[in-house]
Design a protein around this ligand. Structure first.
Ligand code: MN3
Length: 221
């Protein structure tokens, strides 16, 4: 299956890359099930509905659609922004999480990613503090991502409203957390900080390091 950023119409929902209960006890099976099978699927379905009406958009990849959002026809711009962004971000979120980390393995980055985080944020602890703070304070629905800024090669945080994607030609998201209530309400109700603590226990630093390495050599498109 084509990786999600490079998918073209008709877009498809990949299976979760691990079992629904693989992140227990940090992230619960019931939430993972409804989040992937219902929420994420609905974004894919609605994205397809929107693009079905525009044959001229059907050869564009998901990243191309999201990068040129302002150039899209008026009647599909918002559906693509919301549902295309929802598809892109959820795929990255599933691939930001690791069953091995849930079991206690590799809960910190190493190698070049660790060095880049320290260079951009002073230390791993400062990075985690800043990321957690932005995610805890984010008003209403959205996402917080660690991104690589292509111009400078530095890492930065992106605080994203609703499903708005960052400018993907200029910034590549490496790690993301979903702060929509549907991501945590079943288990944590309104206690978003507890969800964020659970998130740090399941981050997939290995895949994040792979995305970091790819972002330095491959074009985002
Ligand atoms: Mn979600």
């Amino acid at each position: 299956m084509t990786d999600v950023p490079r998918q073209t119409y008709p877009f498809t929902l990949p299976d979760l890359p691990y079992s629904y209960d693989a992140l227990e006890p940090h992230l619960d099976e019931a939430t993972m099930r409804v989040h992937h099978d219902k929420h994420h699927k609905t974004y894919v379905d609605k994205l397809n509905e929107a693009v079905a009406k525009k044959p001229e958009l059907q050869r564009l990849t998901l990243v191309e659609l999201l990068s040129d959002i302002d150039k899209l026809p008026d009647d599909v711009r918002e559906p693509v922004r919301n549902n295309g962004g929802g598809h892109y971000h959820h795929d990255l979120f599933w691939n930001s999480l690791s069953p091995a980390a849930a079991q206690g393995a590799a809960r910190q980055p190493d190698g070049e990613l660790a060095a880049a985080i320290s260079e951009s944020f002073a230390s791993f602890e400062k990075f985690r503090e800043q990321f957690t703070d932005v995610a805890a304070r984010h008003f209403a629905s959205g996402w917080v991502a660690l991104v690589r800024v292509h111009d400078t090669g530095k890492l930065a945080l992106a605080d994203l409203k609703d499903h708005d994607a960052p400018p993907l030609r200029k910034r590549t998201p490496l790690l993301i957390v979903d702060v929509w209530e549907h991501a945590y309400y079943l288990k944590f109700q309104n206690r978003r900080p507890e969800f964020l603590t659970a998130f740090w226990s399941v981050v997939d630093w290995k895949k994040t390091a792979q995305r970091f390495a790819n972002s330095r050599t491959a074009t985002p498109m």
